[in-house]
Ligand binder design. Structure first.
Ligand SMILES: [Zn+2]
Length: 318
């Protein structure tokens, strides 16, 4: 299996994971899923875990993330300590393992849950709990004598829908959001605590709002999909070719005509101007990454920070 290692500023190979991540430092971020929508045994789809003082905020939960989370922690990840789940957007590769993770969390003793994301995030949870109601009720009753309540599944789920720039506190972290540019409404998140900061972009094409959100960030976990230097991007699909019921609906439904992702040169330009200290490229396609070619683009753009390539389970100090 191909092994992806860290690059600039990190001469040693990526160290082995600790027995249970993420506990190495008080503030860290883990790329639980480092892949994109392509099916892959090597990379789960998008999922990033922000850890601050032993509490976790999960950003996205794409396909494969639930298993990857357990694998990275040697089978014993404490799902119950996930305080909040934040969605950047509702593409399948960012959301389909949500229900597995939130069920694992609930059954292992997770209490009240905060759910953050674009409009309809509450509807997503409501739909899933309604559709699986009989299954969930059975599990609940089976575990009731061990103290399981409805909290974090049927009750005590606080929903915060983010419909633009926002600012709030979450699990001891100060959170700032920005709308970014994707084929679907996308929210980028900045988490700050103890004078340090980590930004998670979700999926975005070139957007000055990301430059502002990531200004001076200690770590930026960035959608590095999917055009490596010299490659061509996708042609924009034509929504008018779809019958009306399948077209994106309204401001939060999306816009198929915008570009979905940045080119590498555009990311390099943005992070150089933002003064990001450590860039972690994630949302990577299966197959080898030409790290030297990508790194050369960052050097040419004047980016002086560290560049890492995500892999599933990589923990980064913030
Ligand atoms: Zn994606």
């Amino acid at each position: 299996m191909r092994r992806v290692t860290e690059t600039t500023g990190c001469p040693a190979p990526t160290p082995a994971l600790p027995d249970h991540y993420p506990h190495a430092t008080a503030f860290s971020v883990v790329t639980v899923g480092s892949g994109n929508p392509w099916p892959s045994l090597e990379r789960a789809a998008a999922c990033t875990l922000v850890q601050f003082r032993g509490r976790y905020v999960l950003v996205d939960a794409g396909n494969g993330a639930a298993n990857s989370m357990l694998r990275g922690a040697h089978g014993e990840f404490p799902c119950r300590d996930i305080a909040a789940v934040c969605f950047t957007h509702f593409h399948q590769d960012h959301s389909t393992d949500y229900f597995d993770i939130v069920t694992n969390r609930w059954l292992t003793g997770g209490g009240p849950l905060t759910l953050v994301g674009p409009p309809r995030v509450g509807a997503l949870h409501a739909f899933l709990t309604d559709f699986y109601r009989d299954d969930l009720a059975y599990r609940w009753m089976r575990e009731a004598e061990r103290g399981l309540t409805g909290a974090g599944m049927f009750t005590d789920v606080q929903v915060r829908e983010v419909a633009g720039p926002d600012s709030f506190e979450l699990a001891g972290l100060q959170v700032t959001t920005a709308e970014l540019t994707h084929t679907m409404y996308d929210v980028g998140y900045r988490f700050e605590a103890a004078g340090r900061s980590v930004v998670v972009s979700g999926d975005t094409s070139l957007d000055e709002r990301l430059v502002e959100l990531a200004r001076g960030a200690d770590v930026l976990v960035m959608d590095g999909d999917e055009r490596w230097p010299g490659e061509l991007g996708h042609a924009a699909p034509r929504p008018e070719a779809l019958s009306p019921e399948y077209r994106p609906q309204g401001r939060y439904g999306g816009d198929f005509t915008v570009r979905a992702h940045c080119g590498i040169e555009e990311i390099a330009d943005m992070v150089a101007r933002a003064g990001v200290k450590h860039l972690v490229l994630t949302h990577l396609r299966p197959g080898p990454v030409d790290e030297d070619a990508v790194r050369a683009v960052y050097v040419a753009a004047g980016f002086g920070g560290r560049v890492s390539f995500a892999r599933d389970g990589l923990e980064i100090d913030v």
